[in-house]
Design a binder for this molecule. Structure first.
Ligand code: PGA
Length: 237
């Protein structure tokens, strides 16, 4: 199975910078780019080969309608978006996402045929107190993962996202194994990716761990040199 690369560009880039990075990844169909919401429609039209993901979707509706400020699945589908990141730690930690909103978002994705990238991961405190596996299993429990034809689960320890602190390879592997054993129907369309402080220096060690089918990269994916190196590593796997 081809390894996948998800570039979460958060709100780091101008539109012109996002276009320049899309030109680097435009030839590859195993890459998913998640630009800022206002850039989605332009990039989806300009780069039809790239799988484009929203960084979030509305939790209050999946439909067109009178929902000021929301971005429902229907709008995303209309502009050709294939994926949506759900439950990213930067949203969970600001209380913008919780179990209920995540479940609602997944149900809208399911009804609207958007493939979710579901983020899970423990806090520093959870890890220090040995709760990391139960926290991650709990975040996944009750989610309709098996109902999706395509789903990506991203293990992203919150203490590693955006901090430059990488878990040990053994720590990554332990949690990834716990996740895959808690989901019965992981198959070719169900990917398990790692995210949190991935860089050109550590990408190879992580992507070659058993059970890791891809990487979710934030900051390093906004730098053309690092992005090219990570792409190179992914393509050789
Ligand atoms: P980072 O972000 O690579 O900058 O740590 C990862 C993420 O937010 O998914």
């Amino acid at each position: 199975m081809k390894k996948i690369l998800i570039c979460n560009w958060k709100t780091y880039l101008t539109l012109d910078q996002a276009i320049a990075l899309c030109e680097i990844i435009a030839h590859d169909d195993n890459i998913i780019a998640a630009p800022a919401m206002p850039h989605l429609a332009y990039l989806a039209k300009a780069f039809p080969v790239i799988n484009i993901s929203a960084q979030d979707i509305s939790s209050c509706t999946g439909a067109f309608g009178a929902y000021t400020g929301e971005t429902p699945v229907s709008i995303l589908q209309d502009i050709g978006i294939d994926y949506a990141i759900i439950g990213h730690s930067e949203r969970r930690s600001r209380k913008l996402d919780n179990k209920d909103t995540i479940l609602a978002k997944l149900e809208y994705c399911l009804a609207g045929a958007i493939s979710p990238i579901i983020c899970v991961g423990e806090s520093n405190d959870d890890r220090k107190n040995g709760r990391h596996l139960s926290v991650v299993r709990d975040q996944l429990q009750g989610l309709p993962i098996e109902q999706f034809a395509k789903v990506i689960i991203a293990y992203e320890p919150t203490w590693s996202v955006g901090t430059g602190t990488l878990p040990s390879l053994a720590e990554i592997q332990e949690t990834m194994l716990a996740i895959s054993s808690s989901i019965k129907s992981l198959d070719n369309n169900h990917h398990l990716v790692y995210g949190g402080s991935v860089s050109a220096e550590n990408a190879k060690d992580i992507i070659t761990l058993p059970g890791v089918s891809g990487l979710l990269v934030g900051k390093a994916a906004t730098d053309a040199v690092q992005l090219r190196s990570i792409l190179d590593i992914i393509e050789k796997c």
